[in-house]
Design a binder for this molecule. Structure first.
Ligand code: UDP
Length: 192
C-alpha cells in the first residue's frame, strides 16, 4: 500500500474494506501484524516523543482515525481515502472472528469494565473463541505477555490507551503471530 505522510507519521492509503480483507488474509497466512489507528492526538504526541514515533514506524498498517487526518492529507494534496477507526475495525474483526470461530485475546480497561466487555462479547459473538483476557492495570508485563503467547490467539486487542498500548504491542508482538491492534477506550464503549 502507498504511504501518505501527515505531520511526520506515515499513514497507509487503505479503506475500511481493504484493511479488513487484508487482515483476513494475514490471519489466514499466520502473519504477525501490528495495526495502529492513529488519531490527531497520536500524531501530535509522536511529534514531541521520538521514541513513540519510532514505535509508530513499526506498524504494518497505520490508519487515519479522525477527520483531522483526512483533512490534513487533503490539504497536503496527498489524500487518504477515508477514516478507518479503531472502534469500527474492532467491530468488523469481532464479527469475522465470530463467523470463522477465530480466537481473540482482550487486554485492557479497568477490572470491572473488562468483565462487562467479555460478557458482552460472549453474548453478541457467541461463536468467537475468547483466548483470554486481563484488565489493563497489571504490574508484570512479562506475565501477561506469556499468557497471551500461550493462548495462541488469532487477534490481540490492547486497550491501554496510547502510548502504552503501542509500546506494549511493539515489545511483545513477536511472541506469537497474531493480528495485534491498539483499541484505546473501545472496551469502555462496548461495556456500555
Ligand atoms: N487503561 C488501562 N491501563 C492503563 C491506562 C489506561 O487499561 O494503565 C485503559 C483505560 O481504562 C481505558 C483505556 O485504557 O479503558 C484508555 O482509554 P482512552 O479513551 O483514554 O484512550 P485513547 O482512546 O485516548 O487512547
Amino acid at each position: 500500500y502507498e504511504q501518505v505522510n501527515v505531520l511526520g507519521v506515515d499513514f497507509t492509503k487503505i479503506t475500511n474494506n481493504e484493511l479488513l480483507e487484508q487482515l483476513k488474509l494475514d490471519n489466514q497466512n499466520h502473519s504477525n501484524r501490528f495495526v495502529i489507528t492513529a488519531n490527531p492526538e497520536i500524531v501530535l504526541y509522536a511529534r514531541d516523543h521520538p521514541e513513540y514515533l519510532a514505535v509508530l514506524k513499526l506498524a504494518d498498517y497505520t490508519t487515519a482515525d479522525g477527520i483531522g487526518i483526512i483533512k490534513g492529507a487533503k490539504i497536503l494534496k496527498t489524500p487518504l481515502p477515508e477514516r478507518v477507526t479503531g472502534f469500527d475495525t474492532l467491530g468488523s474483526l469481532l464479527k469475522f472472528a465470530n463467523k470463522e470461530q477465530k480466537s481473540v485475546y482482550f487486554l485492557g480497561a479497568k477490572p470491572e469494565t473488562i468483565k462487562k466487555t467479555i460478557n458482552k462479547i460472549h453474548h453478541d459473538y457467541p461463536t468467537l473463541k475468547i483466548a483470554g483476557y486481563h484488565d489493563g492495570y497489571f504490574t508484570n508485563d512479562q506475565e501477561i505477555a506469556t499468557e497471551i503467547k500461550d493462548s495462541q490467539p488469532d487477534f490481540v486487542f490492547v486497550a491501554l490507551g496510547f502510548p502504552k498500548q503501542e509500546f506494549f504491542i511493539a515489545k511483545y508482538r513477536q511472541l506469537t503471530p497474531a493480528i495485534w491492534m491498539g483499541v484505546g477506550g473501545s472496551f469502555d464503549v462496548l461495556a456500555g
